[in-house]
Design a protein around this ligand. Sequence first.
Ligand code: NAD
Length: 233
Amino acid sequence: MATSDLLDLSGKVIVITGGAQGIGEATAELCAARGASVVIVDYNAEVGTKTATRLSEGSQHVDFVATDVRDAEQVKAVFDFVQQKYQRLDGLVCGAGVLIGPWLQPEEFPIEDFERTLDINMKGAFLCSKYAAPMLEASGKGVMILIASIAGVSAASSSLAYGASKGGVNGLGMTLESHLRPRGIRVNVLCPGNIVTAMKLSVERRLPAKVGRSMKRSSKPSKIMACLRVSLA
Ligand SMILES: NC(=O)c1ccc[n+]([C@@H]2O[C@H](COP(=O)([O-])OP(=O)(O)OC[C@H]3O[C@@H](n4cnc5c(N)ncnc54)[C@H](O)[C@@H]3O)[C@@H](O)[C@H]2O)c1
């Protein structure tokens, strides 16, 4: 089978959370370009609408549904919308996420920021899986992709809450896989390294002050900065 056949998503309906920008936006663009109907879910209505409008310029259907993935009612409404419009769901990509409190020691870390991070990164993915599972099962070959991170799985994070949440997403994904495989749903957890997005750059901007030296002068750049340079080259 040719590679192009493997990536043909014609006729598929795919929900992508965090699809307004960054990795989610790139995923939405790829899926739309491969023929899928895409539903972008994000709480940033301004950017999400722009992204959906841009991606709809071809012949593809790209919707935007303003949603906070922490809110069960809002998440349920996304899948009600998909059921009503398409009567099917083939894929779910959970990319909505935040990184809060980089470089803070535990005693400095605000409890509400810890809870907010877990609510968005981990509970948000659970809520999406909860309402998507019956529809993915009905499609016969549904796919669920959770975007975790190397942070919390095989490397340390700059943020205690982020590292904890991403370890949780990995555990959620492995458990979902064992529960949903018998129902015909394939679950994968992706653990990216450092990708240059708004999230990553907002952390990197705070690094020089934290370590007390400028990025340019640093004779021993951190692993993350080295990756960023390579990515930006
Ligand atoms: N950039 C990296 O280096 C990297 C590495 C590993 C994993 N990841 C993960 O990849 C995913 C995408 O990250 P990114 O780098 O593209 O970041 P990003 O900040 O560019 O995108 C995250 C998106 O999630 C949305 N979002 C945040 N909270 C939300 C909420 N409560 N409800 C709905 N949407 C919400 C934001 O509005 C944004 O559009 C995240 O889960 C992140 O943890 C990123």
